[in-house]
Design a protein around this ligand. Structure first.
Ligand SMILES: [Zn+2]
Length: 72
């Protein structure tokens, strides 16, 4: 048994039946997982490897208009 890195659900897999680099899918969430280690058995999401995360830093101009000073 090994925990799914995606949903933390338990996946019924025999450590002796898998090799590093094998892919399997989680019964709980259906995520594609890759075996990255067998001692101990370790899985990572195969989807994360293909993910390209572009961080768009949206700089918003937040200029406040100065209110006119009131002179007494
Ligand atoms: Zn899962």
């Amino acid at each position: 048994m090994v925990a799914c890195p995606k949903c933390a659900g338990w996946i019924d897999v025999d450590e002796e039946d898998v090799d590093e680099g094998d892919t399997l899918s989680c019964d709980e969430c259906g995520a594609d997982l890759r075996v990255v280690g067998t001692d101990p058995l370790e899985l990572e999401s195969a989807e994360d490897l293909e993910e390209d995360e572009d961080e768009d830093d949206l700089l918003e101009d937040d200029e406040e208009e100065e209110s006119d000073e009131e002179w007494k």
